[in-house]
Design a protein around this ligand. Sequence first.
Ligand code: PBG
Length: 330
Amino acid sequence: MTWGTYPNTRLRRLRQAAWIRDLCAENDLTPRDLIWPIFVRDENTPSLISSMPGVNRLTLEELTEAVQQATDVGIPAIALFPTTPSRLRSPDGSEALNPNNLICQAVRAIKSLNLNIGVITDVALDPYTDHGHDGIIINGVLDNDATIEVLEQQSYIQAQAGADALAPSDMMDGRIAAIRDYLDDHGHKDRLLISYAAKYASSFYGPFRQAVGNPTLSNLKDKKTYQLNPANSDEAMREIAQDIQEGADMIIVKPGMPYLDIIQRASTQFNIPTLAYQISGEYAMLKAAIQNGWLDGDRAILESLMGFKRAGAKGILTYFAFDVAKKLCE
Ligand code: PBG
């Protein structure tokens, strides 16, 4: 490759006006890139999430309204997370297997509207366990294989409720293959599996845990025996390779902004759609600075999302999805 040199080459010529900057843009951001994570609540759970100003937990009625609006602004999919009341939580998270739990009701309510929008449900036990961990704890250890057996059932009841895509976020080994087999054997061959393949043991999940009702973890103090070490990148590639082999249709890298290198590496190394998750702590940081007037909100949010596209993400899960999509439609 030959590179021009100054003064006959002046790269600033390409930046001198909006039309030429637009013409030369290497990436773009449209509502089609955005997946909207939504917290679902029952009537007795408060809607406000103090660490995520602007994000509310929604009742089923509010949810159907919101999903209708999301469809209108061109959002292709939503991702649902329940806030399970503490009386329904238990060490084994059995409420996850209740075919009439909040999530299944939410899925049925949305699917009955017949909208052109994908419904993604979260497969993991943390919104249902009283200790806040993603699986079953046996003898002081988060038990991989016992957890997978429950996740198969959880996936199945979500698929039965009508979820289009199941997104395991638990980081157990072998769960993609197990869930794929179970769904295939029980009449759900076409349900997508979107694997949280590279999910890190991050401190940025704090506001989410507050939102779903796990402000503190008990029993085991953190999730480091199952979520990835933030120091590692090769290991993330092995996780992704394995999940693809096991039948994942798409993969997610989570968190987003501190892990752009992982998104870039994954999207170049594997030819599978890669999604970024701009998680709760990233939302909280941006929102706090915006509310203080320290950042220009519209520009900072768009720039943060464009970064994911530039890194190679095919889509982005972000709590800003609705506001951004609305703005992009104006
Ligand atoms: C766990 C789960 C987490 C998030 C969604 N599902 C992380 C965790 O609690 O360890 C975090 C999402 C966010 O922070 O926005 N299954």
